[in-house]
Write a new protein. Sequence first.
Length: 284
Amino acid sequence: MTTTTLPSASFTVAAPRAAAPSWWLPALSLCQRELVRFLRQRHRVIGSLATPIMFWLFLGLGMQHSFAGKGQTTAGGGFIQYFFAGVILMILLFTAIFSTISIIEDRREGFLQSVLVAPVSRMSIVLGKVLGGTVLAFGQAVLFLLLAPLAGIHLTLAGTLGALAMMLILGFSLTSLGFCIAWRMSSTQGFHVIMNLFLLPMWMLSGALFPVSGAAGVAQVIMRLDPLTYGLAGLRRCLYWNDPAVIVPGLGFVPCLLISVVFAVVLFMLACLISRKRVSADLI
């Protein structure tokens, strides 16, 4: 009996390659989720634009003859023209802040916990939530910007591009600020209290309702320390781009832009740091 020995075959098992970390896919998925949630809630779509428009018209027309622009608007523009930039900032603030309430709702429903245990970085999660709020705030502010001719503001191409850039930066920074506040909150009621005590004064003292030069004493110092003051000043300069009849006191457009960019970057990095800390509500 003949025995045949087969040659031994050697198999080499290749080590599994580490998957390249994807930053944008989780971020874009969370951003898309925020947009879909917003579009499915029709009352938010209507209220987010109707409320600022009514606020602008009623308050603007009511104070039209009792407000002197004093170098803030064109001759005869009145308060309704001066208040236009402030309403844009209000839209950015309210939309960005209210969009971050979904963080509290997601934690309560358990969705956020499932996202946190996923093999994605915390920065991707923060970026997705912040991008979603930024897109919502920016889109609504752009729709309101189309009403500029009704306020007597004639936009130029350079001014429009500058205004869009400022609105995008402000929306990103305000959404990051809302993320920092909402991440450690466990109830929407507490979030509304913080908003009324902290965020609304930031908007009111940014020059939205009255110019910085019209304030006196401590109020003027606080307004100059408010980062939103420079973002609003840069936005107002873009609205009156190359208009010799308008003098917007304060810093120029480039310094206001740089301050706004630094403010946005600092808040986003702060949001990333806060997201790495454990919250008591996550243990429920």
